[in-house]
Design a protein. Structure first.
Length: 365
C-alpha cells in the first residue's frame, strides 16, 4: 500500500494538484493507494471516479492540519503493509510522529516557494527539521534542488524527479465544439491554467493583451483557475476594457480544460518572483506541450526545465512587459508557434507518468 498525505489534490486546480493526482493514479498500477487530503468543491464526484481510497478533512484551516495528522498517525499505527509515505509539502510531514516515520520509507516533495525562507528564520528551521525526517527528498527541478541546498536542506537526500503527466486522451467532439465556441474564431488564442497568484503573471498578461489589440484585433485570452488575485484581475480586466478579449473560467471539468488547451495557440505564464514565492517547475507547461501547444514562461524559477528556449517555446523576463511583448511577437513570427508546438509534443513524452513513476518505484523498492 502507498500512503499519500497532501494539502493539494484534485479536483482543485494547480500544478501541485496535477502532480499529486497523477502520482496517486500511477501508483494504483502497483498497489492500493490511501490518500489523506482536504475537502474541495465537487471533490465527491472526483473521489467516486478514483481508484484510490480518499479521506478528506473538513473544517477551519487552522485546525484541520492537526486533524489530518492525527488520522495519518492512527492509520500508520494500524497498518503494517505501507510500502511508502509520500507527502506534498514539509508541512504535511511536520506533524507526523517521528516514531511512525521510522516504520516506513518517507518521501517529501519540494517545489521551491515553500522552502524559500532566509537561513536562520523560524520557517527555515522548521523546513530543515521536517525534511530531515524524510528518507528521500524529491525536488521537482534542478532549480529547486539548488535552492534547497542553499537554504540548508540535506543535499544527500535530494533526488530530482520531474513531475509527470498523463498521455493526452482523445477529446470528444462535444468538448471540442465548446472550446471552439469559447475562442470564437479568434487569433491568436492564448491560455493559462494555474492558480491566480501574483507570481503567475496574470496582471502582465492582461496588460499585454491591451497592447496587442491594435496588432491582433481578434486576440482572445482564456484563464482557467482561481486564487487570491481573482478579484484584482476582474477589476483590471474592466479597467483595461478587455471584457470581450479575456475570459476567466474556474471549476470546469477536465475534458473541457483539455479541449481549450488543444484549441489554443499559446500557453502563457510569465512567472516572476513575488515576495519569495517562485515557480519551481511549471507542470502546466508540460501538460500544454502534450497537446502540441508551445509555451512562453518566465525566467525566474524552474520554467527553463519545462520549456526548451527557442525549441518548445520561449523564456522571457516576467517582470518586464516589453520582454513578454517581444517574446509574444517572436512566438507568432513566421508561424513559429507551429514549430514550437510540434517540438513541445515530442518533448512532453519523457514526462509521461509511465516513465516518471519508475523513478519513484526504484527508490521505494
Amino acid at each position: 500500500m502507498f500512503l499519500l498525505v497532501t494539502r493539494n489534490f484534485p479536483p482543485d486546480i494547480g500544478g501541485m494538484q496535477i502532480l499529486m493526482g497523477g502520482l496517486s493514479e500511477s501508483l494504483l498500477n502497483h498497489g492500493p493507494v490511501q490518500v489523506f487530503t482536504y475537502e474541495y468543491e465537487n471533490s465527491e464526484i472526483y473521489d467516486n471516479k478514483s481508484g484510490a481510497k480518499i479521506e478528506r478533512v473538513k473544517g477551519i484551516k487552522l485546525f484541520r492540519k492537526f486533524r489530518k495528522a492525527n488520522l495519518v498517525n492512527n492509520f500508520i499505527n494500524s497498518n503494517n503493509n505501507i510500502r511508502a509515505l509520500i507527502v506534498d509539502h514539509w508541512k504535511s510531514l511536520e506533524l507526523i510522529k517521528t516514531e511512525n516515520l521510522k516504520k516506513i520509507k518517507t518521501f517529501c516533495l519540494l517545489h521551491s516557494k515553500e522552502i524559500n525562507h532566509d537561513i536562520g528564520t523560524s520557517l527555515n528551521k522548521r523546513t530543515i527539521k521536517s525534511t530531515n525526517n524524510a528518507d528521500y527528498i524529491i525536488s521537482n527541478s534542478n532549480f529547486t534542488k539548488e535552492l534547497a541546498i542553499k537554504v540548508g536542506i540535506d543535499s544527500s537526500k535530494i533526488h530530482v524527479v520531474f513531475p509527470g503527466i498523463h498521455k493526452p486522451k482523445k477529446i470528444e467532439n462535444i468538448y471540442k465544439l465548446k472550446a471552439e465556441k469559447y475562442f470564437d474564431n479568434s487569433f491568436p488564442k492564448i491560455i493559462t491554467v494555474s492558480r491566480m497568484d501574483k507570481r503567475k503573471g496574470h496582471d502582465k498578461i492582461l496588460m499585454l493583451i491591451k497592447n496587442l489589440k491594435p496588432k491582433f484585433p481578434k486576440i482572445k485570452y482564456i484563464s482557467i483557475g482561481h486564487g487570491d488575485e481573482e478579484n484584482n484581475l476582474l477589476k483590471l480586466r474592466k479597467e483595461l476594457n478587455l471584457d470581450k478579449e479575456v475570459i476567466f473560467l474556474k471549476n470546469i471539468d477536465f475534458d473541457l480544460k483539455a479541449a481549450l488547451i488543444q484549441e489554443s495557440n499559446l500557453f502563457l505564464m510569465p512567472s516572476r518572483i513575488e515576495n519569495k514565492s517562485i515557480e519551481g517547475f511549471g507542470i502546466s507547461f508540460i501538460e500544454a506541450a502534450s497537446y502540441g501547444i508551445g509555451s512562453i514562461g518566465g525566467k525566474d524559477g524552474g520554467a527553463p526545465d519545462a520549456i526548451v528556449h527557442k525549441k518548445t517555446g520561449l523564456i522571457c523576463d516576467g517582470n518586464d512587459l516589453n520582454s513578454i511583448y517581444n517574446s509574444f511577437i517572436d512566438f507568432f513570427k513566421d508561424e513559429n508557434y507551429l514549430k514550437y508546438g510540434k517540438n513541445a509534443k515530442e518533448f512532453s513524452e519523457k514526462f509521461y507518468w509511465e516513465k516518471v513513476i519508475k523513478k519513484y518505484l526504484k527508490l521505494i523498492d
